[in-house]
Design a protein around this ligand. Structure first.
Ligand code: H79
Length: 428
């Protein structure tokens, strides 16, 4: 594979495991699982923190089994998992000393972050924490254009000491990085400084005291990986519900990046959401991401009883089936140095190329720039041989008009598409 040099701060930890693993599980779980209509419900419906508390009083996921989640994630080939320790609603999913607004004060009573970290670590899955910078519950979080739930005159007029919130934010991060063992990835969400957003006033690195926070984090967990949402122009670039057109570079260096994607458009469990992606589409998104040298962080929003709903489970099962046969085209693989044929995606690992066929063509696939370089070709799912040619019989019969161009290799594929969601051909 082409040697890559990455844009990555010297003082940050090792990201090699991250670009090797490629596939992670995002879990959005919090009080918003109870209203079950999008994790932004508090702001969308302008629910005052006092009213929203009714969900904390009823939070009791009786069917939650962290080990089951971890086993499912592992089966689907996910190598790391990122749990919402606190979303914008402000509710702590662990036994935080900084607040009473926490899971251990709900009827459930147990520390979910601990159950998550222990169970996933036991399955060999790396541990990531999502933590919201935004907080709709904390009384000193000043109102700006994004936080419309408090946009009545009385709430706006209240004097707030944002510094107190920032101290709280730093304290909670300190707790998370000192009470749950080795944390591999910290995922902040999100900055919205004035220059980028249409909201009346934003918040960015200065507001969060991000430099200070980052220094604290790296002192506590020197190897940790950070995403880029502290507004410091470093860390893992995390496009949201968007597949970039190609691999991403900065000053000629590759960027470490990760697409975060939902199964149905909502991050939190959303009972009535209809925009479900098909299993095939989700698998194609994973492939597309790796072919552009990125990771995929795929989200599930568990229910208020602590389960993954049937539709999510069905997609996860189809991913598991696919990954069982095709994981070698994902792990450790990245963008190929060769051009992809139409309706396909290439990934590459050292000298091996993986051809992912998104739309099944009739009989042949033409590969550019590979003549003389190929020794053996096979399908991944059954290791059946794929014959290849660097010229065609028809070259001779058809008036000497060449149908294979210089440097091209022609793969002879079956008329019938193999019975896997996305067939992959391994080219050595
Ligand atoms: O945690 C997930 C989201 O809740 C959070 N980031 C992911 C990982 C996030 N969601 N949206 N945003 C960040 C950007 C803001 C989008 C908005 Fe809207 C558009 C806010 C108001 C309009 C989406 C649609 C949320 C409410 C309505």
């Amino acid at each position: 594979m082409t040697e890559r040099v990455y844009d990555w701060p010297d003082h940050y930890g090792d990201f090699q495991w991250f670009i090797e693993d490629r596939f992670g599980l995002f879990i959005h779980w919090g009080l918003y699982a109870l209203p079950a209509r999008h994790e932004w419900v508090m702001t969308k419906e302008k629910i005052h923190p006092e009213q929203y508390k009714k969900y904390m009083d009823r939070f009791n996921p009786d069917l939650f089994n962290a080990r089951e989640w971890a086993v499912n994630a592992k089966k689907a080939g996910m190598k790391y998992a990122v749990l919402t320790t606190k979303h914008h609603e402000g509710f702590a999913m662990w036994d935080s000393d900084a607040t009473d607004y926490k899971v251990t004060n709900s009827p459930y009573g147990k520390d979910i972050v601990r159950e998550f970290a222990d169970a996933f670590r036991a399955e060999g899955i790396k541990i990531g924490f999502y933590h919201s910078l935004i907080d709709w519950h904390h009384p000193e979080f000043t109102i700006d254009g994004l936080h419309s739930l408090r946009e009545n005159e009385e709430e706006k007029a209240k004097k707030r000491e944002f510094d107190q919130y920032v101290q709280y934010l730093h304290q909670q991060v300190h707790e998370l990085l000192t009470s749950y063992g080795k944390i591999d990835y910290l995922w902040f969400d999100f900055s919205y400084p004035d220059r980028d957003w249409d909201w009346s006033k934003g918040k960015g690195a200065k507001d969060w005291k991000a430099e200070e926070l980052e220094a604290l984090i790296l002192k506590l967990q020197p190897h940790i990986i950070l995403n880029n949402r502290l507004d410091l122009n470093r860390g893992v670039y995390t496009p949201e519900q968007y597949q970039p057109k190609r691999s991403i570079k900065k000053d000629g260096l590759d960027i470490v990046w990760e697409a975060c994607q939902t199964l149905n458009g909502s991050w939190g469990y959303d009972r009535d959401e209809l925009h479900w992606k098909s299993p095939e589409m989700v698998i194609k998104m994973l492939i597309d991401t790796v072919s552009k040298n990125g990771n995929l962080l795929l989200n599930i929003g568990p229910t208020a009883r602590g389960e993954w709903d049937l539709k999510s489970m069905e997609i996860m099962e189809r991913i598991s089936e696919w990954m069982k046969y095709h994981e070698s085209s994902i792990y450790g693989a990245g963008e190929s140095e060769f051009p992809s044929p139409p309706d396909c995606r290439l990934t590459q690992k050292d000298q091996t190329i993986y051809l992912h066929i998104f739309s099944w063509p009739f009989r042949t696939i033409h590969l550019s720039e590979l003549a003389g370089k190929i020794e053996y070709v096979q399908f991944l799912h059954d290791h059946s041989e794929v014959k290849f040619y660097e010229y065609m019989e028809s070259d001779i019969h058809h008036h000497n008009v060449p149908v294979v161009e210089d440097g091209e290799v022609v793969l002879e594929i079956p008329v019938i598409k193999p019975d896997v969601l996305v067939p992959v051909i391994e080219i050595k």
